[in-house]
Design a protein around this ligand. Structure first.
Ligand SMILES: N[C@@H](CCC(=O)N[C@@H](CS)C(=O)NCC(=O)O)C(=O)O
Length: 161
């Protein structure tokens, strides 16, 4: 196995960080190729580099020999299949179903958070945050839903994550 993972900026690109965190957490060795975000215009260095790697022109991309995988969740699923011993998914089918529904929600849900609160780990903008929460009730609603969801899963007596 000789994996290469193309990623974007570690402060802004949540998509890149998803397989990156999984691979680091489970000690799966890989070569990291960090491609700078100059812009997303077709003539940017970022797009030229990524289009030379994949039709999608986005990050993350995992290369495994002749295979090119162009989606963060597809990458994680591939790694789960290749590394059964590491148990990326829970072994129990019920726990796995819950984990998968959480992942699906993270992958395609939370549109308001995605739109108004993009990832920026280095920055702190409490006043802007207050304004966003005041003006966009849907953001507050999603945060409360997420908080409630994770709290109930983490404290559930029936199924512990
Ligand atoms: N669904 C894709 C989304 C990938 C994605 O949109 N990546 C962003 C970086 S955070 C990107 O490369 N954008 C470039 C563009 O949209 O042209 C995944 O899960 O990998």
């Amino acid at each position: 196995m000789n994996y290469t993972l193309y990623i974007g900026n570690k402060n802004y690109s949540t998509w890149s960080m998803r397989p990156w965190v999984v691979m680091r957490y489970f000690d799966i060795p890989f070569n990291e190729k960090l491609v700078k975000f100059d812009s997303f215009n077709d003539d940017s260095l970022f797009k030229k580099t990524m289009f030379s790697v994949s039709k999608y022109g986005t990050v993350p991309i995992l290369i495994d020999e002749d295979l090119v995988i162009s989606d963060s969740l597809a990458i994680c699923e591939y790694l789960a299949e290749k590394h059964h011993d590491l148990a990326l998914w829970p072994a129990d089918p019920k726990k796995r179903a819950i984990a998968r529904s959480l992942v699906a929600k993270m992958h395609s849900g939370f549109q308001a958070i995605r739109t108004y609160l993009p990832m920026n780990i280095e920055a702190e903008f409490p006043q802007i945050g207050q304004i966003i929460l005041r003006d966009h009730l849907e953001v507050k609603k999603e945060i409360m839903f997420l908080d409630d969801l994770l709290s109930s899963l983490l404290t559930s007596k029936k199924i512990k994550l």
